[in-house]
Design a protein. Structure first.
Ligand code: SAH
Ligand code: MG
Length: 212
């Protein structure tokens, strides 16, 4: 996005508390791809507006987005899934440090299996945030479908992936496959008969899918 616009928007975000800055720094040092400031503030605003009681997140990393969602709606209970051992441990520490054990339940495991398990126990969620392996988004979305309450919302992060997704000449061996997967996910998503989806150029690209 335009540099001048990003600088302007970043200068006009709500102030964040010290614990937020601490986790952002931790993510920066360990190169954890947490949501950027504009993206996370947008997600938080969606939560303030829609006031979901039950939130499900796929891809906790070190707990940053889960803690920010809880900040936006302290009444919500959040279930979040992370498969990486180290990040899971860091997430537990951050959740404990901020006394959010009651609000945030973190599951250590692969989302493909864990989502199936959650569906078997008849859980439903008002708001689902997909932010894990980009190549598996379609699978995640399909597994989330039975978990989503009526008029619920599914947010997918990184759907424009550094703008590569919209560049017809993009051809980098490292990301080519993933970018193609995101492209086909976006096409599939906007044509899904049970959802109305809008894609926004916020953060790394956010898709908002509303269940009809
Ligand atoms: N939502 C976080 C960032 C998540 S980064 C934030 O903004 O603060 C993506 C995370 O998804 C990584 O930590 C990665 O380990 C995890 N992940 C990727 N694929 C997964 C899967 N299949 N199951 C569970 N976690 C997964
Ligand atoms: Mg992301």
């Amino acid at each position: 996005m335009d540099e001048q616009l990003l600088n302007y928007l970043n200068r006009h975000l709500p102030p964040s508390e010290d614990w937020v800055k601490d986790i952002e720094q931790q993510a920066h040092i360990d190169r954890v791809p947490i949501m950027d400031s504009i993206g996370i503030n947008f997600l938080m605003q969606l939560i303030r507006l829609s006031k979901p009681k039950r939130i499900l997140e796929i891809g906790a990393a070190i707990g940053y987005s889960a803690l920010r969602m809880s900040e936006a709606n302290p009444e919500a209970t959040i279930t979040t899934i992370e498969r990486d051992d180290k990040r899971y441990q860091q997430a537990i520490e951050n959740i404990t440090k901020n006394n959010k054990e009651a609000a945030i339940n973190i599951i250590h495991g692969d989302a493909i299996e864990e989502l199936t398990r959650l569906a078997e126990s008849n859980n439903t969620y008002d708001f689902i945030f997909i932010d894990a392996a980009k190549g598996s988004y379609k699978r995640f979305f399909e597994l989330c479908f039975p978990l989503l309450a009526d008029q619920g919302v599914i947010i997918s992060d990184n759907v424009l992936f550094r703008g590569y997704v919209l560049d017809p000449n993009f051809d980098h061996p490292r990301y080519k496959k993933m970018v193609e997967k995101i492209r086909s996910y976006n096409e599939w998503l906007v044509n899904h008969p049970s959802f109305i989806t809008t894609i926004l150029p916020i953060g790394d690209g956010v898709a908002i899918s509303y269940k009809k």
